[in-house]
Design a protein around this ligand. Structure first.
Ligand SMILES: N[C@@H]1[C@@H](O)[C@H](O)[C@@H](COP(=O)(O)O)O[C@@H]1O
Length: 254
């Protein structure tokens, strides 16, 4: 696991965007795994800036988002599809039909989840998966207890996740209680993973992710099982790490 501490959110956003640009420059047909939430907003902003400044071509690229709320239509302002359109897709030349976000308001969730897994497989798998991290260590919407062999499925959101995400809705009771989410196995199937964490509220989750054994109780800790993970955190998110992690002597085997 490659662990990078940066001074602040601006630097984190720049570094992450530069990694995605390198990816598409090296392979114009890159398959991106994308994330939502507050953390990657700055990365998308930087990515748009770099793309415009350097005329980066996404016309052959494709993308798969981690998750979507159950019950929200793609045009709902708080859907993750709307988020992606506003924060990225409307501003780069990735073809609309090559951007995939799970459909949250289908009548047949099982079929949608199976279709999504199959679409990732047919695309040749994800080249680089971007992740944020929830305060409770979730990745995508894989809440504590999500098994390492889980694939795309409907998941129940925990109260803490619903409360944390209520800031995007008018009130907490408008936050959907379920989501369609890629599973841990889906995420671990990506060739590379890039996890971003910023701010003190993430410090404990970052510590639990990197210290100790991989466990389903802290879904992000299962990333220790992946051979190519880059974690970029700012000083605040790194503030609870022990010196052994900071010195690069832990986690072992990565
Ligand atoms: N499903 C998303 C996650 O993908 C995201 O990582 C997490 C943290 O969000 P934020 O970056 O806003 O703290 O929120 C949501 O639950």
């Amino acid at each position: 696991m490659k662990f990078v501490i940066v001074k602040d959110y601006a630097e984190l956003s720049r570094k992450a965007a530069e990694m995605l640009v390198s990816e598409v420059k090296a392979n114009p047909k890159s398959v991106f795994g994308l994330a939502t939430g507050g953390t990657p907003v700055g990365m998308y902003r930087e990515l748009i800036k770099l793309s415009q400044a350097q005329s980066i071509d996404f016309s052959q690229a494709s993308s798969f988002n981690l998750d979507e709320y159950v019950g929200l239509s793609s045009t709902h302002p708080q859907s993750y599809r709307s988020y992606m359109q506003e924060n990225l897709f409307n501003h780069i030349n990735i073809p609309a039909e090559k951007t995939q976000v799970p459909v949250g308001n289908t009548i047949d969730h099982l079929a949608e989840c199976a279709r999504y897994e199959e679409a990732i497989r047919l695309a040749g798998g994800i080249d680089i998966q971007v992740l944020g991290i929830g305060n409770n260590g979730h990745i995508g919407f894989n809440e504590p207890g999500s098994p390492a062999d889980s694939v795309t499925r409907v998941v129940q959101l925990t109260d803490s996740t619903i409360e944390a995400n209520a800031r995007y809705f008018d009130s907490v009771d408008q936050v959907p209680t379920q989501a369609v989410s890629m599973g841990i196995k889906t995420i671990l199937g990506a060739k590379k993973v890039l996890l971003l964490a910023s701010g003190e509220a993430k410090a404990e989750a970052v510590r639990l992710m990197l210290e100790g054994e991989p466990t389903a109780d802290v879904p992000a800790s299962l990333l220790q099982l992946h051979p190519n993970v880059t974690v970029i955190v700012d000083h605040e998110a790194a503030s609870k790490l022990t010196t052994s992690v900071l010195a690069g002597t832990k986690p072992s085997g990565s």
